[in-house]
Design a protein around this ligand. Sequence first.
Ligand SMILES: O=C(O)c1ccc[n+]([C@@H]2O[C@H](COP(=O)([O-])O)[C@@H](O)[C@H]2O)c1
Ligand SMILES: Cc1cc2nc[nH]c2cc1C
Length: 353
Amino acid sequence: MNREVIQTLLEKIQTLDLDSMNSISARWDSLTKPPESLGTLERLVSQLGGIQRTSHPQIGKRTVLCFAADHGVVAEGVSPSKQIVTAEMVRNFLNGGAAISVLASCTNTALKVIDAGMVHHIEHPLIIQRSIACGTANMRVERAMTEEQVYQAIELGYLTAVEEIDNSCELLITGEMGVGNTTSASAIYAALTGMNAESVTGNGAGLPEHLVKHKARVIQDALFLHKPNSDDPIDVLSAVGGFELAAMCGVMLAGAVYGCPVLVDGFISGASAVLAMKLNPLIKEYLIFSHHSGESGFAEIRQQFGFVPLVDLNMRLGEGTGAVMILPLIDNALSCYYKMATFEEAGVTEVEL
Ligand SMILES: O=C(O)c1ccc[n+]([C@@H]2O[C@H](COP(=O)([O-])O)[C@@H](O)[C@H]2O)c1
Ligand SMILES: Cc1cc2nc[nH]c2cc1C
């Protein structure tokens, strides 16, 4: 992939199908309930229909694509975990013991785990080995990735998503595992908004409070060193990004190009989302923001970029867990849409306006 290929793909993205959305709204209004009383869930089904270009949206087959990668910036003491934890948790994902493994299994969701660039590789029959490099470089010292690596990672996400869509997947879910990736996500948010790093930096997987200021200073130093162009997501990714962040951006690009909704998880997936939205604002219409991440700074970010997560469970685990957790909500919304009786069928007098 390169700039021209991405540009060609971006130009293929259509606005959502209004006819389908209008038909869905009309059906909602015909069902035995006061108008719009199922609130956000009504709009969610409309959005699914607009994306899939049908008044009969389905999310039968859904897949969480979990990209794992490491971050050179952990050398600066910005994470409470050692890099080996990325690989150890990936093994746990694949052996069924992680939160994402349990939630995927409970919600009938396929889980694909892709090594996009871990430092420690694991042998496992289920791992999808697509490592671009053994972790990124330390952003405080040099650019995290070369431009070539950014394109490779976007392509990885894009092609993995397209393969799923070709295999009848109707909903893509972004997940990640990467010790140090909250530093990268916070740096991306600060680079795109111009906000001070401190206001978008939290304690990630449990960094002690007194080190969070240090983490923000590392981010500020990296941004000062590279001065990424806030209008250029490729430049931002190359300066302070990560392989999993770029790959999730590629998944969102594929979702928008192929008309497949993408359910966005938390703080890190959110950073990929704002990058994708910068590539083409239309991509936002294909994204469903699942939950409000408890990572501090997320409240400012969602306001800045105008996304409204469906629920707030004070989760900040990553892996795709917040997204998969809300699948039953989406399933329930679809069940109401398809199975509720209309006023006519039930012999109920329609609400008069
Ligand atoms: O998604 C979130 O909202 C989220 C918030 C904080 C931490 N995480 C997870 O924690 C890991 C990164 O934490 P850290 O402190 O090593 O940067 C990474 O594997 C993420 O999946 C995830
Ligand atoms: C144990 C552990 C599990 C995780 N899952 C996502 N990020 C994580 C970070 C740690 C440290």
